[in-house]
Write a protein that binds this ligand. Sequence first.
Ligand SMILES: [Zn+2]
Ligand SMILES: [Zn+2]
Length: 331
Amino acid sequence: MRSADLITATSRGLYCAAGGFYIDPWQPVERAVITHAHGDHLRAGSAGYITALPGVGLAAQRLPAGAPLVPLAYGEAIDLGKTRVSLHPAGHILGSSQVRIEYGDEVWVVSGDYKRDRDPTCEPFEIVPCDVFISEATFALPAYRWPPPAMVAVEILEWWRANAKRGEASVLFAYALGKAQRILAELAALTDETVFLHGAVANLTEVYRTRGIVMLPTAPATSSDTMPYSGALILAPPSAAGSPWVKRFGEHRTGFCSGWMRVRGDRRRGGYDRGFVLSDHADWPALLRTFRESGARRILLTHGHTDTLCRYLQEQGIDAAALHTEYGSEE
Ligand SMILES: [Zn+2]
Ligand SMILES: [Zn+2]
């Protein structure tokens, strides 16, 4: 790393010395600016958190009671140390943001996780012009290209209907924060049937409802009787797959909703009856388009397939490097 870098990767997380804050730190710090509420980006124990206003409810639910959370409206700038900081929509999940840091005549943007596809549950990604763009690289392989989300929603509905015709339940596994609510919102454009939810999905869905996100009606999947589930759609986190909890649905088919379903080997390994390609991350073309549109002269990559993307960018003559972080992939 160059000595004058505004943001550096430290053992606690991405650090901005001029501003005296960390971004999505994985160790407790004095002041944390949080891009979104997924577990690998938001961790308990810090003395203060700043996060985008629409995401405060989610962050509050995932942190211990009374955690010091300061909401910041999208686009509103605050002074932190010698820097000006503002948050801008990342289109990843409700309240997700990119962090724009201005210091002297230089602007850095940290993407957090982001996608460019339309999503009825959150504000669309905003292009923030910058000098240096720090990007995720979760799906940074040329094979990752997403089909239109509306088409995937129709596929899910047709699968559900076909299973229902045989009297079978449809158990769809999806990440509990973001993906499950996106499915409920996408399907709301196609039907008005009630969907049953696993408890882990239900709590987070309630937070989305309080933010006015339009989704299908839902009911808790608490009955141990198979009757109510005949022909129904059930949403559950991937951790529930193969667990005894699933037995209550009687005859059923399983599906998995994730960007990983784009690649056949991952589909097979998952052991699901059906895979749906729906991701909350940028695919390969969206990553490249975003770099171009940001106008950044330098790209730094945090997590995912950083090596492949880094090499590709360097071959194009772009100043690119990978940063070491501890972010994972919620998908
Ligand atoms: Zn995320
Ligand atoms: Zn991430």
